[in-house]
Design a binder for this molecule. Structure first.
Ligand SMILES: [Zn+2]
Length: 317
C-alpha cells in the first residue's frame, strides 16, 4: 500500500519499495479498563497471555503470528474476535476486558483472538503516528490487500484462527467486534468513497449486525433482545445513538435499520456461515480517543458479556 510520509526540506519526492517485515511499533502500556487510545501489539499479546488456557495460532502474510487462547470449561462456548479490520480498534480492548471478566466465572468456556489482522494493525499504528485523526481505511485490510473473512479454505492465512477456534469449541455463537467512522466521511467531488462503502459514510450509533443460519432465527432474535436490553444500562449510550441517528436522518433519510431497545440492528439469515449465529458489533470508533474511546471499548465488552449470558440462558437450551 502506498504509505506517504513527510520530510523537512525543499519539496522533493522519493519513492521506495519495502520488504514485508514483522517488526511492530512500540509505545506505552495503558491500564486496560481505562485505555484512552488503541493498544500497541505487545500489550495485546501480554494481556492475552494473562488469561492462561490453551494457545493456538495462525499466520499473517508477513509472518506475524495471529494469537488465540482457548479457555475450556463446561459452559456453552463462544468465540470472541477483534480487529478483523485493524483500524477498528475499540473491539481489541473490549474483547480483552470481557475475557478478563469471563475467566472469573467457574465454568467459563470461550476462545479469544483479539487481533486477527496484525499486519493491518501495525500499518494502522504507523499511519496514526503521522495522522492520528484519520480513519486509515487501508489498515482495514491484510498485507494481502484483502478482507480476511473472505479467504478460501485452501489458503486461509489469518482466517485459520477462526477455523481453529471453531474446531476447539464447536461454538454456536461467534461475537466479532468491529467499528466504523465516528464522524461524517466525505470528500466532495473527489470520488473518495470506495465502492460499496456508501452506507458507512455517516455514523448511526452503536449498532449490531446478526447473521444466522435459518434454523437459528428464534435464538438470534432472543440474543439481540437480551444484548440490547443489557446495553441500555450503559450511561449515555442510547442518547448517543439517538443523537447520531437524528443527524443521519436529517441528512440521509431513513437508516434502514430495525431499532431494538434503542439500538439499530440488522438481522439476516445466511446459511454460508459455519457458526450458527454471528454477532457483529459496529461501534463508531475510528479516530476517537480519551473518554470517547473508553466508552467504545466498554460497550464492546458489555456486548460480549451479555452475549455470553444470552447463550447460556436462551440459545443452548
Ligand atoms: Zn469492520
Amino acid at each position: 500500500m502506498p504509505e506517504i510520509t513527510y520530510h523537512a526540506g525543499a519539496p522533493s519526492v522519493r519513492v521506495s519499495t519495502r520488504k514485508l517485515n514483522t517488526e511492530d511499533s512500540t509505545g506505552p502500556h495503558q491500564p486496560l479498563s481505562t485505555a484512552q487510545a488503541p493498544l500497541f501489539a505487545a500489550q495485546v499479546f501480554q494481556e492475552l497471555n494473562t488469561l492462561g488456557g490453551e494457545h493456538y495460532q495462525a499466520h499473517a502474510r508477513s509472518g506475524r503470528i495471529v494469537h488465540g487462547r482457548y479457555i475450556k470449561g463446561s459452559d456453552a462456548p463462544i468465540m470472541i474476535s477483534g480487529a478483523q479490520h485493524a483500524n477498528e480498534t475499540s473491539g481489541v480492548v473490549g474483547a480483552l476486558r470481557a475475557a478478563q471478566q469471563l475467566i472469573t466465572r467457574k465454568n467459563a468456556h470461550f476462545t479469544i483472538s483479539p487481533l486477527e489482522n496484525p499486519d493491518g494493525y501495525e500499518l494502522h499504528r504507523r499511519l496514526c503516528a503521522v495522522n492520528p485523526k484519520h480513519m486509515h481505511h487501508a489498515a482495514r485490510y491484510t498485507a494481502m490487500g484483502d478482507d480476511l473473512e473472505y479467504r478460501s479454505a485452501e489458503n486461509p492465512g489469518e482466517k485459520a484462527i477462526r477455523t481453529k477456534a471453531l474446531a476447539l469449541t464447536g461454538a454456536k455463537l461467534h461475537v466479532n467486534l468491529h467499528g466504523y467512522p465516528s464522524h461524517e466521511w466525505t470528500r466532495p467531488l473527489s470520488g473518495y468513497i470506495p465502492r460499496g462503502f456508501g452506507m458507512w459514510t455517516l455514523p448511526k450509533g452503536f449498532f449490531l449486525v446478526v447473521r444466522h443460519q435459518i434454523a437459528w432465527t428464534q435464538q438470534a432474535e432472543k440474543l439481540v433482545d437480551h444484548v440490547t436490553r443489557h446495553l441500555t444500562a450503559i450511561d449515555g449510550l442510547v442518547q448517543q445513538n439517538n443523537a447520531q441517528i437524528a443527524l443521519f436522518e436529517k441528512h440521509a433519510g431513513e437508516t434502514g435499520f430495525r431499532i431494538i431497545n434503542g439500538f439499530p440492528c440488522l438481522i439476516t439469515a445466511d446459511n454460508n456461515y459455519s457458526v450458527p449465529i454471528t454477532l457483529i458489533t459496529e461501534y463508531p470508533d475510528e479516530t476517537i480517543y480519551g473518554e470517547n474511546f473508553i466508552h467504545g471499548h466498554t460497550a464492546q465488552m458489555e456486548t460480549v458479556l451479555a452475549a455470553y449470558e444470552a447463550l447460556q440462558k436462551y440459545i443452548e437450551q
